[in-house]
Design a binder for this molecule. Structure first.
Ligand SMILES: [Zn+2]
Ligand SMILES: [Zn+2]
Length: 346
């Protein structure tokens, strides 16, 4: 069968690989149909992933963690799953006994394994996954079902930021995760302001019910975004660009006693005016993947708002085109919102 293998920094190749075999107990064999490419894929592909400094340790790897597919075969002990079902993959598997796992936060497990990052992902014709990581999505279109994973990231981030009805939420970065954050926060009844430098990305905010603010790179928008939120400033700020300096901007922007949630990835350090943390008594939070229940909520939300979610898929490629797809998406950020590899396409 065919697989897109990332062999080294910036190098992905289509090759023949062995089939994964039949599923054991608690496993299902899934044929991926649609795989979204995301900013974290670009980081991985380019060898710049969060806190991992030695890029060469990452390869070879079959990427693809935003996946929907069809169940081809079901092992023993897989309640609720049957051959032919369409599923979305929750990429997270955790150790179960580290501190994070013990307190019920396996999504932040110290030995987390993510499909498509630490284990081979969905840019191949078949893969075995634990049944607990396959969520039935009914007759959802595969490309839309592949959006469930990025929406689940936003679902978790909103839980971290305890976004509540009537609150003002500023989202820095109107890429797919920023859009997903706007979707989740408006769904919770919050008012949302999306901030970006790219007008075409902001234009997608209106169907989500978000206000938008277009800024120039390097221009301060703290005053404008605070004014949007009213006298107190925004209760919640999501940093979804991965631009290190914008962490300090978020700290300045957020209301006294508010919450800043850092979602964007970068391996670069960022200076923060430390005194702002105690002076404003803000919560500066990280967020990682999501819990199983949050993934289920993302399945429900994408199903209920499928018209809105559909607007985020801008490009489709075949599996054979996966190397072009990732290069194209990296080179055309203003044009590509979400590129999806249709593994099911001829
Ligand atoms: Zn992703
Ligand atoms: Zn753990």
């Amino acid at each position: 069968m065919r697989a897109a293998v990332t062999r080294g920094q910036g190098l992905m190749e289509l090759v023949d690989v062995g089939e994964p075999g039949t599923p054991g107990p608690g496993q299902v064999l899934v044929a991926p149909e649609a795989v979204g490419l995301c900013g974290s894929d670009f980081h991985y592909f380019l060898g710049d992933i969060g806190t991992i400094e030695d890029g060469s340790a990452l390869y070879p790897r079959i990427q693809g963690h935003e996946a929907a597919g069809t169940v081809v075969e079901v092992g023993a002990d897989c309640p609720g799953l049957a051959t032919g079902m369409r599923v979305a993959l929750w990429p997270v598997s955790s150790c179960g006994h580290c501190y994070a796992c013990r307190i019920g936060r396996g999504n932040a497990c110290s030995s987390i394994s993510l499909i498509g990052v630490h284990a081979d992902g969905a840019l191949q014709e078949q893969l075995l996954v634990p049944a607990a990581q396959a969520f039935p999505v009914g007759d959802q279109d595969p490309a839309l079902a592949a959006l469930i994973e990025p929406v689940s990231i936003a679902m978790r981030a909103a839980v971290r930021g305890t976004v509540a009805e009537g609150e003002h939420v500023v989202v820095l970065g109107a890429g797919p995760i920023g859009q997903a954050l706007a979707l989740v926060a408006t769904d919770r009844g919050a008012s949302v302001l999306l901030v970006d430098t790219v007008a075409s990305r902001l234009a997608r905010g209106a169907p989500l019910g978000a206000d938008v603010l277009e800024v120039s790179a390097g221009e301060s928008f703290v005053a404008a975004a605070r004014e949007w939120a009213g006298p107190d400033g925004p209760e919640v700020v999501f940093e979804a660009t991965g631009v290190p300096a914008l962490v300090q901007t978020s700290v300045e922007l957020v209301a006294q006693a508010g919450r800043v949630v850092v979602v964007g990835l970068s391996s670069a350090p960022a200076p923060i005016r430390v005194g702002d943390l105690p002076f404003k008594e803000i919560d500066l939070l990280g967020t990682s993947c999501c819990a199983s229940g949050e993934f289920a909520q993302a399945v429900e939300l994408v199903g209920r708002r499928r018209d809105v979610a559909a607007g985020l898929v801008t490009h489709e490629f075949t599996l054979e085109q996966a190397p072009e797809a990732i290069a194209y998406a990296i080179e055309h950020p203003a044009e590509v919102m979400k590129a999806v590899v249709r593994v099911d396409a001829p």
